[in-house]
Every structure is written in C-alpha cells, then in structure tokens.
Design a protein. Structure first.
Length: 359
C-alpha cells in the first residue's frame, strides 16, 4: 500500500504522542513531523546521548514534556491543555528481560500508565482518535505454529507480556465503560489497540535487543552472543507497524465505530524467522563476523515460538507489509554500517527512509 493519504489527515492536527523519546517513538515523531502534524510528546528523558531522539534533535520537532507516565496529574494536565485530535500511546517499559528485574514497575508503567492516559482522554471535551500500542506478546502463548488472532485469549508468562495483556484489559474496560460505541455520538472518542513487536530498524541501541547486540559485537570485532538461536519471532522493520498505526488513525476518522478494535501488525507468515536465521542474514549484509551460542544456566524464560495472524489488518484495513524479512534486515544493517562509519547524516537518513517507504 502507499501512504499518500496521510498528510490530508495529519497536517495541522494536534497529536499527543507518549513515548516520543524511545526508538519507535522517535521514528513516529519524525514521520508525524514530515506529515505536518502539531505534536506534543510525553516521555522520560532519553537514556543516553546516542539515542535516536537526540540525533534527530527531537526537541525541535515537538513540544517535549519529559515526565513519567505514572504521574497521573501531569499526564492529565498536559493532555487536556493540548486538546489533541489524536493520541498515540507508545510509552512503555518495553524489554522482556528487564521486566524480570523490575516487575512491579513494569506493571505500573504498562498497565496503570495506560489507564492514566485513557482517564485523561475521558475528561477531554472534544472528539479525539486514540490508539494504544501494546505488543504481539499479549496472547497466552502456547508456543504452537498457529498464529495468534485478535480474538485469541490474552495472557503472559513474563511480567512484560502480562503487563501488556493487562493493558489490553484496561483498554477494553475503558472502551466499554466510558467510550462505548453505542454512545459514540455523545463522547466521539474511538479507542483502538495495536499489537506489534519484534521491530528492527536504525537508531535502536537498547540493551538485550538482537540488532543492537549484533552491531555492538561487530563494531568491537567480537562474536555475537546468541541466547536463543531457535526462537521464532515475527520480525519487521519499524516503519511497518508505524505505518499501520497512522493508517488505522485515518480509518478511525472516517468510520470510528467500525475500527475502534484491536489490530495485529506484523509480517507475512514466511517472515517468521529464527533468531539464528536473522543473525546469519545480518552477518551476510555486514560482510563478516561470527556468532556463538553460549551455555546459559538459570536464565529467565523467553518464549521459543511466536507467530501473529495479520489477516484482519490486511483484509479489513487494507494494510500490508512492504518489506520481507530479508529486505528489513538489509535496510537496517545498511543503516548501522553508515552510522558507525560516519558517512551519513542521521537526520537525512531517517527522513529519506520514511519518504522512500511512503512511495
């Protein structure tokens, strides 16, 4: 699909974007800026000076509020003062392994933080489209080859997955209790959730994510440590789900009652690759390097198999991925090669990547 229709929906519109300083949030911020939106971001301070938000000069792209999503009064104050036309809620504690170290904080950020955003929207006295971003890990994962659909049972083994499944319950409860579609004429606030995960792309430097781990090892001429080589994931370039979120927003403007639901955004079935296959493709693109499978004892549980059914988004939204896994990996590794060799301006690289993707 193409995205030529996006400017007519977002240009000049007020967009409240939580998590705007993160990896996905920074890409979303730049795309919304390209579309001509008036953006207020709400998130924690970027973790380090190498984060994509800093290199994009994110403060120049939006009104940036650096605050905690767990601060209910601040969330309400900033959202209501801005009077947004759209809310994209991306703020999260996004790491599975870290969730074992800070489980209660993970639940507070991902579940209660979502409730705070929706509670602020509840007090907003104007129409507003709301899309809350969760994850492909919200499903009760039985590690079978059947891909999960939006109607499947929610669950979560680890605190991260469970906190996002809980966020889905929060979203459903608010939709039923305060934004019921039978009463849409009175509140005019359609609420949707978007489930995506395992995104790759330039500018991600997070700990315990496979692509940043690969790049860090390769630039140090060290073997890549591959914890779970047989684990299967629905890999996708970061622009794929972001394009889905933006497209979903347009659909919710046109027919809010029809599209205020949950939606999966992921790759086609053939692009569900093992971690080892992804590493091998990345090494081929990089032009060298090696990897190891370390002997691990007492490691926290991580799912071995996860597949996502995107047929609803394909058939009902008219959305579909543009890149296969190989193309997504090639684009991503080419980004890091350019950045680590200081041969390109990162702002231009982000903008050009978005413009090329739109076409």
């Amino acid at each position: 699909m193409n995205y030529n229709h996006l400017p007519s929906y977002y240009k000049g519109k007020r967009v409240f974007l939580t998590g705007h300083t993160g990896f996905k949030g920074s890409w979303m911020l730049q795309w919304l800026h390209v579309l001509g939106a008036d953006i207020k971001g709400y998130a924690l301070k970027p973790e380090n000076e190498f984060d994509l938000y800093h290199t994009l000069h994110g403060d120049s792209l939006c009104t940036s509020v650096l605050a905690d999503i767990r601060d209910q009064k601040k969330v309400e104050q900033e959202l209501l003062a801005f009077e947004p036309d759209f809310v994209f809620h991306l703020a999260a504690q996004p790491l599975v392994r870290l969730s074992y170290e800070i489980p209660s904080e993970t639940f507070a950020v991902n579940s209660i933080g979502t409730a705070y955003v929706l509670d602020a929207v509840r007090k907003l006295k104007k129409p507003c489209v709301v899309i809350c971003i969760t994850t492909d890990k919200v499903y009760e994962n039985k590690e079978w080859h059947y891909p999960y659909r939006e109607t499947d049972r929610l669950g979560g083994y680890d605190p991260y997955s469970a906190s996002k499944a809980a966020a889905e319950l929060v979203i459903s409860s608010y939709r039923n209790s305060f934004f019921n579609l039978n009463d849409y004429a009175s509140h005019q606030k359609p609420i949707a959730s978007a489930r995506a995960g395992n995104v790759i792309g330039g500018g991600d430097w997070a700990k315990d994510r496979i692509i940043p781990d690969i790049v860090r090892s390769l630039t140090k001429n060290e073997p890549i440590q591959v914890r779970n080589p047989a684990a299967v994931r629905p890999w996708q370039h970061v622009l794929e789900p972001l394009g889905g979120y933006l497209h979903l927003g347009t659909k919710m403007v046109d027919d809010p009652i029809r599209y205020a639901e949950s939606w999966n955004f992921g790759p086609f079935a053939e692009d569900n690759l093992t971690v080892e296959a992804l590493v091998q493709m990345a090494l081929a693109k990089w032009g060298g390097g090696d990897y190891q499978k370390p002997l691990l004892v007492g490691e926290p549980h991580e799912a071995g198999l996860l597949k996502l059914d995107i047929s609803k988004s394909v058939n009902e939204l008219g959305w579909k991925p543009k890149f296969d896994a190989r193309k997504a990996i090639e684009i991503t590794l080419e980004w890091y090669k350019k950045i680590t060799s200081n041969t390109v301006n990162e702002i231009e690289l982000v903008s050009n990547t978005i413009l090329d993707y739109e076409k």
